[in-house]
Design a protein around this ligand. Structure first.
Ligand SMILES: Nc1ncnc2c1ncn2[C@@H]1O[C@H](COP(=O)(O)OP(=O)(O)OP(=O)(O)O)[C@@H](O)[C@H]1O
Length: 270
């Protein structure tokens, strides 16, 4: 279980560039839940993921994962519990190493790396079977450099590598945003299958309303560093793309009203 308790994060505090990116956010994600996070630009979605992954530290609050208080754990230590896939297909893999070498490294995540990971025949066969599950024919290209694959193939492998050790949490940060529509659909299908099969606890950030409507069992909408909507169960199942677009329009209208109220105040009092 992921348990985020009242976390806040301000960048550049006390300077003219101060941004309150996350404001008193609490979120409990039970084991096996698949949470999709949407929100307006700059609403704090990526910062929330960074805080969970340990790439930055909250100013206050607490983050617990798999029964451990990980709030002060470094990113590297958390990597043993958290699998991540980023937007950029070039992140997360070593481009000059082959598919099988990258897989072998992922299989040993969190352990000491050295030449000791040279592959035995049995390990190679096991990893080959996992690559074959992707249904992309990559099992016949195990010795090709990862850098020679398409973006979609790389993201599929990165996803597989992220779940190879069945992490306590899978974090997906707009992992299909840089792909063409066909590759994106393929990676989304794989995501749905792998998450369901492995019963993974998952938090996925997306800008795609289609993905938000059709994936996961809970949907969170962030606005200005806060969770503005939290739809689960039947409400999540019923939500469609039109509902989500209407929700964004509502938020934009409220923001415009806020902006014009601020403008009015300025023109009167400044
Ligand atoms: N390292 C940083 N230093 C300063 N400000 C930051 C930093 N990271 C994020 N911010 C600011 O914090 C706010 C939240 O940013 P964040 O990237 O989390 O939003 P987001 O919802 O992921 O946005 P987008 O959808 O545009 O990617 C923004 O105003 C952003 O400019």
């Amino acid at each position: 279980m992921l348990n985020i308790k009242d976390i806040s994060k301000t960048f550049n505090p006390g300077t003219p560039d101060e941004v309150q990116a996350i404001k008193h956010v609490s979120l409990a994600v039970p084991d096996g839940a698949f949470v999709v996070v949407i929100g307006t630009n700059g609403s704090g979605k990526s910062t929330l993921q960074q805080l969970i992954a340990g790439a930055c530290v909250p100013d206050s609050g607490r983050i617990e994962l798999a029964g451990e208080d990980i709030t002060r754990w470094g990113e590297h230590r958390r990597a043993a519990l958290i699998g991540r896939v980023f937007q950029n297909p070039f992140s997360g893999t070593a481009p000059t190493l082959s598919i099988i070498e990258n897989m072998a490294l992922a299989a040993r995540r969190g352990q000491r790396r050295g030449l000791g990971w040279l592959l035995s025949g049995a390990v190679r066969r096991r990893l080959r079977d996992r690559v074959a599950e992707l249904g992309m024919g990559l099992e016949d290209r195990l010795d090709n450099a990862i850098g020679s694959l398409s973006g979609g193939q790389r993201q599929a492998l990165t996803l597989l590598m992220a779940v190879l050790q069945r992490p306590s949490l899978l974090l997906l940060d707009e992992h299909t945003a840089a792909l063409d529509p066909k590759a994106s659909d393929q990676v989304i299908r794989l995501t749905r299958d792998i998450v369901a099969r492995e019963k993974l606890t998952t938090v996925m950030v997306t800008h795609s309303m289609h993905q938000a409507a059709h994936l996961g069992d809970r949907l969170i909408m962030m606005v200005n560093g806060e969770i503005r909507q939290d739809l689960a169960d039947e409400r999540k199942r019923r939500v469609n793309v039109e509902d989500l677009l209407a929700l964004f329009e509502q938020v934009r209208r409220a923001d415009r009203l806020d902006a014009s109220a601020a403008e009015l105040l300025r023109s009167r009092y400044v």
